[in-house]
Write a protein that binds this ligand. Structure first.
Ligand code: 5RP
Length: 227
């Protein structure tokens, strides 16, 4: 089974957790796009939900698929948040932000009553240090921020979109940060958040929510702590 087929299978399995009347937070990325396509079909068959997108890209897809959207000003509750991630280790440490939507993704994750993670098995890793940690940062005094991080052993790479720095939906930059081996992601997150220029990191921690993992053997569903 290809990686794309696995993503699709995981996304399809998440549909079973949706009920009429729910407010659903939508993550970002290609796996979520498969979820949106499945959701479009369920909505066409009568499922009554309303959704909130974590990125402009997801919002555009949701509109294209005619998924009813909520205006953020009026939403007080989110029943469930559905998203994928870049990597997850066996301790519930998650890296997100490959698509640069990490701030709004974390907001919806923190807000929702529960989260359903959807992924292919290639995203499960022993050590998250294999993947750079995306960090959303203010463009103001960027060179200084990078210099300070470098002084502490954190190498950084400014994410680009062709010849210009990649701009997030919040009009900030993304630094892909290589966390030193001896520092845990949780420690790195706390350290990085001490910089006023850093808006948020793509480090998430979760143990209790469900993770739907698709592999060539099929789909399995576990609490994150048992992955
Ligand atoms: O964190 C994210 C976007 O900011 C995505 O969830 C992550 O990058 C995974 O994307 P994909 O489903 O395309 O593999």
């Amino acid at each position: 089974m290809t990686k794309e087929e696995k993503k699709k299978q995981a996304a399809l399995a998440a549909i079973a957790y949706l009920k009429d009347g729910m407010h659903i937070g939508l993550g970002s990325g290609t796996t979520v796009n498969y979820f949106l396509q499945a959701l479009q079909q369920r909505c066409a068959k009568g499922l009554q939900i309303r959704a909130m997108a974590s990125s402009l890209c997801t919002q555009q897809w949701a509109k294209q698929y005619q998924i009813p959207l909520l205006a953020d000003t009026y939403v007080q509750t989110l029943d469930v948040y559905v998203d994928s991630f870049d990597v997850l280790n066996h301790h519930g440490d998650i890296i997100k932000g490959g698509g640069g939507a990490l701030v709004r993704e974390k907001m919806l994750f923190q807000w929702a009553d529960k989260t359903i993670w959807i992924c292919d098995d290639e995203k499960l890793v022993d050590d998250c240090h294999c993947y750079a940690l995306p960090v959303e940062v203010l463009p103001f005094t960027l060179a200084h921020t990078r210099h300070m991080l470098n002084e502490h052993g954190y190498k950084t790479s400014l994410r680009m979109a062709e010849t210009q720095p990649f701009l997030t939906d919040n009009q900030h930059y993304i630094l892909d940060v290589f966390v030193p081996k001896q520092v845990t992601l949780a420690q790195a997150h706390t350290f990085l958040m001490s910089f006023a220029a850093i808006v948020q990191t793509g480090y998430f921690h979760d143990e209790d929510n469900l993770c739907i993992i698709a592999s060539s053997k099929g789909v399995c569903i576990h609490p994150v702590r048992d992955v």
